[in-house]
Design a protein around this ligand. Structure first.
Ligand code: GAL
Length: 470
């Protein structure tokens, strides 16, 4: 065999070996909230402050790419999916620019893409800012292809002036008109080509009202937003109106009080019309500062309607949507559970058994405390009780040769205690694996620009159950 052929074989083998533990396309069987999702390369899906548009039977997800080291803009990612469960990384739709307002050490957040049916172009809108959030405006970028690369055009102008707002969103009405939403509930109508603003459709409804997300069902518009608590989650609320210019009627919270919108912040609502029903998918972010790449997750829940009231009445760990009919159903767990005190789990270091939220758990905040479990199967998951004094846990899954299959930082913090699934491995070839969970010795915590501090009070990690699929 020629040397060149041997090299090709080695490269093919190396690529196969490297990717053999990535999430296999089509293997994720539901929408799971609150845990890292893996793309076709086994990398965590990083697309926060996102939106989705549908084009030729594919869903395209656009969101903020993050790192674990800084809050600086590193681009907006684009993923695609046939089923809303399995996400394929397409490309960085808008990369960091070499200089300028979306250059290095700048802020770029909440990308939203809309297709302009008159020009056939895709227009992306975003919040542009300094690293300290002191000079914000709404920017836009343009591409002929849905996945990009989008060309950054600078500020979106209204009468020659930029819109100096931070949190923003978009809404496309049934007649094709496009609108820009900004915090406070302000709505601006876009020009026919979507590249400038022609009118202020609605004035401020409320101070705060960040992360604006608007959708229409029948003749009613629903306008969702959050309070202003930096990366911390709060009880999101909404307004309804039969006209985009109001009057907007305050309708209260979108999830039960004090659940902090199931520990998330709104970003977008995707309408999925089927033959039997139309589902409105609430998309929220479960931020995890400062480890937003590894540990921030997605809370995607179907909105329930009661007349013209909306709610996310209960938290669905996992649910299915039939894209043909538009019907949704909660997914029953398919996992065998192993309790935290099962003899087969090997605890090392200082751990305490306790009962939190009526659930027996093992807890530790000691340095180098870990627990590990060896099993034979195709998938493993972890249930915890998220708590205000929990921090990050390191998760490492290795195969029988000790090769790392998955390595992830998991956030176990929440201001509101709750029993939650926080990790599910990709679906793997059936074999023997070892899962090790250890204290990371750090926690989500930060201060906002007013120096108010937020986040967890300690570095505990909490083990409730393991979940196994044979
Ligand atoms: C939130 C906002 C996020 C991000 C964050 C920074 O209020 O919704 O998009 O800007 O503040 O602290």
């Amino acid at each position: 065999m020629k040397i060149a052929n041997i090299i090709v074989l080695i490269v093919v083998f190396a690529l196969y070996y490297q990717q053999s533990y990535a999430q296999q396309p089509g293997k994720t069987d539901a929408i799971y909230s609150g845990l890292p999702w893996y793309d076709q390369y086994g990398k965590v899906v990083s697309a926060h402050g996102a939106n989705i548009i549908q084009e030729k039977n594919l869903f395209y997800l656009f969101g903020e790419a993050h790192t674990d080291t800084s809050n600086a803009f590193v681009g907006f990612n684009c993923y695609s999916s046939k089923d809303l469960y399995n996400w394929k990384f397409e490309k960085i739709a808008l990369p960091v620019q070499s200089s300028g307002k979306l250059g290095p050490n700048r802020i770029g957040e909440r990308p939203k893409v809309m297709k302009n049916s008159k020009t056939g172009e895709f227009i992306m809108y975003m919040h542009v800012d300094t690293l300290g959030y002191k000079d914000q405006f709404v920017g836009y970028a343009v591409s002929k292809n849905i996945t990009g690369p989008y060309q950054f055009q600078g500020a979106l102008l209204f009468n020659g002036k930029p819109i100096k707002k931070w949190d923003m969103g978009t809404f496309q009405d049934d007649d094709g008109k496009g609108y820009l939403l900004t915090h406070g509930g302000v709505i601006h109508q876009l020009s026919d080509d979507y590249k400038s603003i022609v009118a202020e459709t609605n004035k401020q409804i409320a101070s705060g009202f960040e992360s604006p997300a608007l959708f229409r069902k029948g003749n009613t518009y629903y306008f969702i937003g959050s309070h202003l608590t930096s990366w911390e989650k709060n009880d999101n609320y909404y307004y309804t109106s039969t006209s985009l210019s109001g009057p907007w009627i305050a309708r209260g919270l979108i999830a039960p009080k004090d659940q902090l919108t199931w520990n998330s912040q709104s970003t977008f609502v995707l309408k999925i019309a089927g033959s039997k029903d139309t589902t409105y998918l609430f998309m929220g972010d479960r931020w995890s500062y400062p480890r937003q790449l590894s540990a921030a997750t997605y809370v995607w829940q179907p909105i329930k309607f009661y007349g013209d009231s909306i709610s996310l009445p209960s938290y669905l760990d996992a649910w299915n949507i039939d894209l043909k009919t538009g019907l949704t159903v909660e997914k029953n767990s398919i996992y065998q559970t192993i309790e935290h005190d099962d003899k087969r789990i090997q605890y090392i270091g200082d751990w305490a058994r306790s009962v939190v939220e009526a659930l027996p758990v093992s807890r530790s905040k000691a340095e180098n405390a870990s627990c590990s479990f060896t099993f034979s199967g195709t998938q493993i998951g972890l249930q915890t009780v998220v708590l205000p004094d929990n921090g990050y846990a390191n998760i490492i899954l290795t195969d029988k040769n000790g090769k790392v299959v998955v390595k992830n930082l998991i956030d176990m913090y929440s201001k509101v205690p709750a029993a939650r699934i926080v990790f599910l491995s990709p679906v793997l070839p059936k074999a023997k694996y070892k899962l090790t969970i250890s204290t990371a010795g750090e926690r989500p915590n930060w201060t906002d620009k007013k120096k108010i501090s937020y986040g967890s009070t300690a570095n505990n990690i909490t083990i409730s159950k393991l979940m196994i699929k044979e």
